[in-house]
Design a protein. Structure first.
Lengths: 430, 158
């Protein structure tokens, strides 16, 4: 007689949106595993139809409280492709700086509030802070500097407002830049110490086969622009996305699943480092090698290391950009509205964020498509859970399965937007 | 010198703007003008999350003002301090990045000011307009007066 076990995690909190995990096990094998994203559809793509481009930038910033810069950067790139603007060197640099702020803010939050309590055996960052006060204080300093970088261009760190088609609404005064730069040197030192400290963590050893996808740029670590590549040879322009990637709906989830040539793939910091290690600044590469890491790494638990590496990258880049800062004649370029279709694709903290917009001759949006990293990683998370839970042992107690699933899902950087607890998991065994 | 910082948490809409409106009202209080900015600083924040802790630097006392959704008694004024703050949770404050969490973390890191007080008022979360709801407006003056009185007490020892 078959033994059927159903692992039901009705609410996955501390991740962006509302999600549950349902696993059915029979005869020692997983028969079905469903990451059920049941957050109601938000219809942002329909909401945008008929809106002007500046409204677009304000609206897309509201899609995610943690990565509004990414949404603005992908959208502005798509619109600039339609109206034919090539951003000035100053604008290009400032957008990279803007992105550095968002990555820093997201990565430091994830490392210290989500991942580290897992790896160090604490229920929460608050509990961890009692024993690791200096480390958590350092994490808060890193996060604050990320916020400061966003604020200097976007006026505020949550849902910033400075982005315009063609540039920014204002340029930071040199005095503000000088003050911020002084703190960034300390931030780089903090980020280096963080990476050195994390390198001592004993992370679970595992290796899985998966495809890594990211942007790739000929001369810099990708943030704001590039081609879409994979570590299995994909190399395409962003407007070729639909020829290789396909979204589809599954009955148990409100998020569209996206596959590359019919298969799952990984986005985010680990995928970026795997695909772009050679483009990291020399100081970062040198430290990574000194600490004994050899990329590519196909172990999702090393995502925390990838985030720390990218944190160092962000400080190095922000310092490089601001040490040469000049107050521009204008912070933006003027443009003339025109009809057309444009594509944007940038690297949100959690990976590729792809946009497609169609404008009419009055500059109003006729259609919008947004493919966020969360839906792109969904299939990979399910595969990872399938393989990892099988490897762990499906006969383990409920609490152990739940905890392992939580830790594993957190490797993909769930947002901490709303919750203080994690899984409410029930197991029924027949 | 003992610095007091008053932080209104909110947004520009509906009853959620309560914290900001209170800060605006306090900034117009004639009796407080002599203390600003060396002994008293007033600030408005939008979903500060953990960065709330950076606002506590160099402060002897902090007063936080936030809109609260609790028992549905719109206009009810709350005052929480010390251990009472730990008892609030995500369901109590309308800002779901919890102020209580930030304070708990600050406590664990030993970086909280000597005095932390939260003033709040039960709001109507369904009231979506540019102004405060009628019930919140009726209680608004009482909340401002209570905070003003507390500030004068704190500032007299500054």
């Amino acid at each position: 007689m078959n033994k059927i076990t159903t692992v039901n995690i009705p609410v996955l909190t501390r991740i962006e949106g509302e999600t549950a995990l349902h696993v059915q096990i029979s005869d020692g094998k997983i028969q079905s595993l469903e990451l059920r994203i049941y957050e109601p559809p938000r219809f942002f793509e329909k909401l945008l139809v008929g809106r002007g481009v500046q409204e677009l930038l304000d609206i897309v910033a509201r899609i995610c409280g943690l990565c509004p810069v990414a949404y603005q950067m992908s959208a502005v790139q798509a619109i600039e492709n339609i109206v034919g603007i090539k951003p000035s060197a100053w604008v290009r640099n400032m957008r990279r700086l803007f992105y550095c702020g968002e990555w820093l803010q997201n990565h430091s939050l994830h490392i210290h509030m989500l991942a580290l309590p897992d790896f160090l055996g604490y229920a929460s960052a608050i509990d961890m802070a009692k024993d690791y006060g200096d480390e958590v204080r350092r994490g808060l300093r890193l996060q604050k500097l990320g916020n400061d970088l966003i604020k200097i261009l976007g006026a505020r760190s949550v849902h910033p407002v400075g982005t315009l088609v063609g540039g920014f609404s204002h340029a930071p005064p040199k005095r503000e830049v000088k003050d911020l730069l002084a703190h960034l040197y300390q931030g780089l030192d903090d980020a280096e110490q963080l990476l050195r400290w994390l390198a001592k963590l004993e992370l679970p050893e595992q290796s899985q086969k998966f495809v890594c996808v990211s942007l790739s740029h000929s001369s810099e670590y990708p943030m704001n622009e590039g081609k879409i590549v994979s570590d299995e040879g994909l190399d395409i322009e962003i407007d070729q996305f639909d020829a290789h990637f396909a979204e589809h709906q599954v009955s148990y989830s409100n998020a569209l699943k996206c596959l590359l040539h019919g298969k799952s793939y990984l986005l985010g910091p680990l995928a970026r480092v795997n695909c772009n290690f050679s483009l990291l600044p020399s100081n970062v590469k040198q430290l990574v090698k000194e600490l004994g890491f050899q990329f590519p790494i196909k172990n999702m638990f090393y995502s925390i290391i990838a985030r720390a590496i990218e944190s160092m990258l962000c400080f190095s880049e922000a310092i490089r950009i601001l040490e040469c800062y000049d107050y521009p004649e204008s912070a933006f370029s003027l443009y003339e509205t025109q009809a057309g279709i444009g594509y944007g694709c940038t690297e949100a903290p959690r990976g590729l964020l792809w946009h497609r917009f169609e404008l009419d001759k009055n500059g109003l949006i006729q259609s919008a498509r947004i493919v966020p990293p969360t839906s792109q990683n969904q299939a990979r998370i399910e595969e990872d859970l399938h393989d990892s839970l099988t490897q762990l042992g499906l006969d383990k107690p409920e609490n152990e399965l739940r905890k392992y699933s939580e830790v594993l899902i957190r490797n993909y950087d769930p947002c901490i937007s709303c919750s203080t607890h994690f899984l409410d998991m029930r197991v029924s065994r027949k | 010198m003992k610095l007091t910082r008053v932080i209104g948490v909110g947004s520009p809409f509906g009853d959620d703007q309560l914290g900001w409106k209170v800060v605006e009202a306090l900034s117009n209080e004639i009796t407080l003008q002599a203390y600003i900015p060396h002994l008293l600083q007033l600030k408005k924040l939008d979903r500060p999350g953990l960065s709330l802790l950076t606002e506590f630097q160099q402060c002897y006392s902090v007063i936080l003002i936030d809109a609260i959704v609790n028992d549905g008694n719109v206009g009810k004024i709350y005052r929480l301090s010390g251990h009472e703050i730990a008892s609030i949770n995500n369901r109590v404050t309308s800002h779901h990045v919890s102020i209580a969490d930030a304070l708990e973390l600050g406590k664990a890191l030993n970086i909280l000011p000597e005095i932390v007080i939260i003033y709040g008022m039960e709001i109507d979360p369904k009231h979506l307009s540019n102004s405060l709801s009628e019930q919140v407006s009726l209680s608004f003056g009482g909340l401002v007066n209570a905070i003003n009185q507390k500030l004068r007490e704190l500032l007299s020892h500054a």
